[in-house]
Design a protein around this ligand. Structure first.
Ligand code: SAH
Ligand code: SF4
Length: 345
């Protein structure tokens, strides 16, 4: 088994190189190359051929290969389908905002959580991604566009808190000065609500933004659309959210996909407003993306505006998320599904 060198912390790399009889500055040089996104050891021009040969024998570099790329003609948003060494594929979306580039990356191939509105959830779970495979998605996008990504959201395929250790490793690596140098304040992590892991994350006191996919004002609706809610109900989840914002002083962002006739009534808005009182929160309303087979439709615009007004009455700020790349189906899970259908024909 060769070592996944791009997932190693600097001190681990240093130890490995010391064991190979190398001085510690070599580790720094190699770390920099890896986090610039080189695809092979041969690109490390300041490393001797002999050492490169040894590294090839013992280690491998994770890459994300572009299988497919769609570009939105509306706003330039780019949606990628990447493959890894074992042929598994994930999606990632690169968005351009006035403050720079934001990439939305995947943390797992598929997802175990089975949310009924989500294309990824409907496709089942395959495996966790390594920290290096998360980094590789960003690096390939940077190289493909000749840009630097300034913000990262863990909102692609998969449930980040169900792949906790690899995600924590990714977060640490991506924020290092010698690495991609993307600070925690520029990173958001989205979860469907795995309560014990929210406490664990809170105790790490990272300055990242926590997004919680709420999507319903009560247990009855939430348990129907999000199976995780049968394990950890809304009250328990909101208690964990309060703990997170109290211990990190960070505002929680709640995601709420508006589904016509399911969770978008005025009564639902009132129920949500009451529930969220006392939590430093922001609600992001997202018109649900229609996924074939789910039967869900987007809420009407005036329904969403009425929902916002009611929340504001409770002192909660809410906005309608600007949907980027709507012509390329930028919500995750759908491109992989199409490509699997094509290959299985
Ligand atoms: N597993 C994590 C992160 C990945 S999903 C989570 O659930 O939070 C990223 C976001 O997309 C979540 O808020 C999720 O609920 C939302 N989402 C999934 N399918 C969607 C759809 N069809 N329309 C709108 N949002 C959707
Ligand atoms: Fe998984 Fe998130 Fe999709 Fe739910 S919404 S199935 S948690 S990726």
């Amino acid at each position: 088994m060769r070592t996944d060198i791009k997932s190693m912390y600097p001190e681990e790399l240093e130890q490995m190189l010391r064991d190979m009889g190398q001085p510690s500055y070599r580790a720094k040089q190699i770390f920099k190359w890896l986090h610039l996104g080189v695809n092979s050891f041969d690109e490390m021009t300041n490393i001797s051929k002999e050492l490169r040969g040894k590294l090839v024998e013992n280690c491998y570099i994770s890459n994300a290969t572009i299988e497919k790329k769609l570009i939105s003609s509306y706003d330039g948003t780019e949606k990628y389908l990447f493959s890894f060494e074992d042929g598994e594929t994930v999606e990632s979306v690169l968005m351009k905002y006035h403050h720079g580039y934001t990439s939305c990356i995947s943390t797992q191939v598929g997802c175990k959580m089975g949310c009924t509105f989500c294309a990824t959830g409907q496709g089942g779970f395959f495996r966790n991604l390594t920290a290096s495979e998360m980094l590789a998605q960003l690096q390939t996008e940077q190289k493909d566009n000749g840009i630097r990504i300034s913000n990262v959201v863990l909102m692609g395929m998969g449930e980040p808190l169900d792949n906790f250790d690899n995600v924590m490793r990714f977060l640490k690596l991506v924020s290092l000065d010698d690495g991609m140098n993307i600070g925690m304040r520029h990173i958001s992590l989205s979860t469907c609500g795995i309560v014990p892991r929210i406490y664990e994350l809170a105790d790490k006191k990272l300055q990242l933004t926590l997004s919680v996919s709420l999507h319903a004002p009560n247990d009855e609706i939430r348990s129907k659309t999000m199976p995780i809610n049968r394990k950890y109900g809304i009250e328990e989840l909101l208690k964990a959210c309060k703990y997170y914002s109290d211990s990190t002083n960070r505002r929680i962002s709640f995601e709420y996909a508006m589904i016509d006739g399911v969770n978008d009534g005025d009564d639902h808005a009132k129920e949500l407003g009451k529930r969220l009182k006392g939590i430093i929160a922001h609600v992001n309303l997202i018109p649900v993306n229609t996924v074939s087979g789910t039967g869900y439709r987007k809420s009407k615009k005036d329904r969403m505006n009425s929902f916002i007004k009611i929340l504001e009455g409770f002192g909660i700020t809410a906005t309608i998320r600007r949907t980027l790349g709507s012509d390329i189906n930028a919500s995750c899970g759908q491109l992989r599904k199409q490509s699997l259908q094509k290959t299985s024909v």
